[in-house]
Design a protein around this ligand. Sequence first.
Ligand code: AHR
Length: 669
Amino acid sequence: MAVACAAALSAFGQNILDVDVRKPGSPIQPTMYGIFFEDINYAADGGLYGELVKNRSFEFPQNLMGWQAFGCVEVKDDGPFARCPHYVELTDPGHRDRRTGLVNEGYFGIGLTKGEQYRFTVWAKAPKSKAAIRVQLIDESSMAESQVLAEQRIEVGSTSWAKYTATLSPSATLKRGKLRIYLHGANSVCLEHVSLFPVNTYKNRENGMRRDLAQALEDLHPGIFRFPGGCIVEGTDLETRYQWKNSVGPVENRPLNQNRWEHTFDHRYFPDYYQSYGLGFFEFFQLAEDIGAEPLPVISCGLSCQFQNPNPTLPGVHVALDDLEPYIQDALDLVEFANGDATTTWGKVRAEMGHPEPFNLKFLAVGNEQWDYDEKHGGFGPVFTERLKKFSDAIRAKYPALKLIGTTGPNSEGWDFDLLQPRMKQLKVDLYDEHYYRNEEWFLTHGLRYDSYDRKGPKVFAGEYACHGRGKKWNHYEAAILEAAHMPGFERNADIVHMTTPAPLFAHVDGWQWRPDQIWYDQTQMFKTTSYYVQQMYATNRGTNVLRLTMPRQQGKKTVGVPVANQEGQNGLFATACYDAPSGDVIIKVVNTSKTVQPVILNLNGMTVSGTARTLTLSHQGLDDENSISQPELIAPRPGTIGIEAGKKQSVINDLIPAMTFTVYRVKM
Ligand code: AHR
C-alpha cells in the first residue's frame, strides 16, 4: 500500500528520497562535528573561565581598571610573581570612621547565586606583621537594610607573601554583585592576585570553568576542539599574538595579554578586554579531554593579523623569515608539552600542572586566516606559504605522525582562495582549514561544494562557518536552518570532509563583538541558540558510514539518482543519510528550506520491515526569532516518532515536512 502510494505521489512531483541502506560507504570521522573556541565576545575571562574578578593581578595598563579604590590604596610593582609584578597596598586612613579598600565590578557585574559557595583567594602580606581584611559580596543598589550578602574576615599574620582562602555564600541571587575588600583595623596590608571562583565549577576544579557553559559544550558531543582562535592567535601585532607558553604554569604568574578584539569595531569596543590566560593551554587540553574531543591547537605562523595589518612590510608587523626559528620552536615545544613524557622539558611542565599522562595531540594548525598576495592584491608575495613551509619541514621531521593543518584563508572562493588552495596541496598539508561567513543565498546554492573536490588532495576542515544573513547578523532562526542545510554536504562527502566547526562559540550578552554565535550568557544564566541545536542534532546523530541518498532525476530516457542539495526540482530540500554501526541505526537528516510544507517519501531500499522511527525536529514559524535569556527554549528540537511501512523491496516513511524545518529520522535496522 505504502509503495503504491509512493508511486502515485511521485507522479504529482512529490519528493522521493531513496536511501540505499545495504551498502555502508565512506567512514564518517569521529572528528566530523566539533567546536571552535576563541576569546571573542568575552568568551574566556567573563565567560567560560570561572574567575569572577576582573584585573585580579592589577596588571591592566591602568592598574586599577575594574576596581574602585577608596582610602589609602597604592599600586606597587615589586610583587612575588615576576611576570605579574603589580599589587596593591592598603594602609590605615587614620580615623576609626574612615576606610581603605577596593571594590571589584567583575565582568558586567559579579553573578551570584543564593546558597552557592564562592572561593575567595588572595596572596597577602602584612608589612607590620599583622593586619586583617574584610571580604564582602555586596549588592550596592540594594534597598535592603544591608548591602552585604556574605562576609568573611581574614587575618594576615606574616610579613611574607602567602595565599589566604575564605568561602562566601551569598544570601541572595544577583546578576550585578560586587566584591568589596577593606582593611580592618590599623596597620597595612598588601594584596595580590585577588580571585573569586564559584566552588561549583565544571568538574569542581579550583581554576575551573563555569559549570553551565562547560556542560553545554559536553552536551554538544564535539569530536574536535579547535582553540584558542581565530584572529587572537595572530594578535593585533606580534607582541599581542597568543603565546601558549605564557598561558601555562601557575596562574598567578601568567602575564596579561591585550585581546585582539578590544578595539576592533568602532561601534562596539571594550577598553577593558584583556586575556588573563587563566584559561590557558593546559586548561584547553584538559577541557578537550573532559568533553571527549580531540584537541586542535592553532599556533601563530609569525604573521600578525593580516586584516589589521594590510601592509606587511611595515616593521614589526610580521616576523622576518630568517627570524622564524623561535616561532617554530614554540610549535615543537607545544607538541612536547602535550605528548612528551615527564622527563622532557615541556612534558614536565604539564606533569607538574597535574596531568602526567600525555594529552595525545594528533592535530596542529599553523596559522589562522592567513593568505598570500599576488600582484593584483598588494604584491607582497607568498608571505604565508613560505612561512608554513618552514614550519612544515621542522614539524614533519620531528613529529611525522602529527596531522598538519594549513589554511585557505578567510574566504571560501575568490582570488585568495584560488591562490592558496593549490599551494596547500603542493605543501601536502593533511587538512586545509576553510572559513566562510556567507549570506542566505550562498548557503542555498553551495550545497554541492564538496562533491567536486579533488579526492586526492588534503582533507577538508571547515574550521569557521556561519550564515551571516543579509542585514541580519544575529542568531535568527533562518540562519540556523541554512547552516543545517549546508551540513549534508559535509556528511555526504565524509571521504574528504573530516572536520567541521562553526564559529564563534560563545558570547556575553553585554560584551559581544561578533554575531551569530552558538551559546550566549550573562553573569548567571545562559541559553543555547538554534545554531547550537543544529550542531547538536548532527553531532548526536553522526553515524559511522555514509549511505547513498538521492532524488530521482530524468536524464534523457534514463532516471538517475542525484544528491539532495536544493538542486532543480528538489523544492529546497537538502538531505543526507548514514549508518551507525554501534546502534545499528539508519539516520536520515532532511532540511526543508522552502517556504512551504514538503511531502517527503523516504524509501529505505534494502529494508522490508514496518515499525516506528524516532524523529527529532527543529521547526519554527518566525524566521527572525531567536532564543534569549528570557526565552531560552523558544526554539528547540522536539522528539517524536513516525510510522515505517513495509513494502516488498523497501520500507517507506511518509512525512510532511513543514517549511524551514530540519528533521532527523532514526530507524532501527
Ligand atoms: O570567529 C571570528 C573571527 O572570524 C575569527 O577570529 C577569524 O578567524 C574570522 O575572521
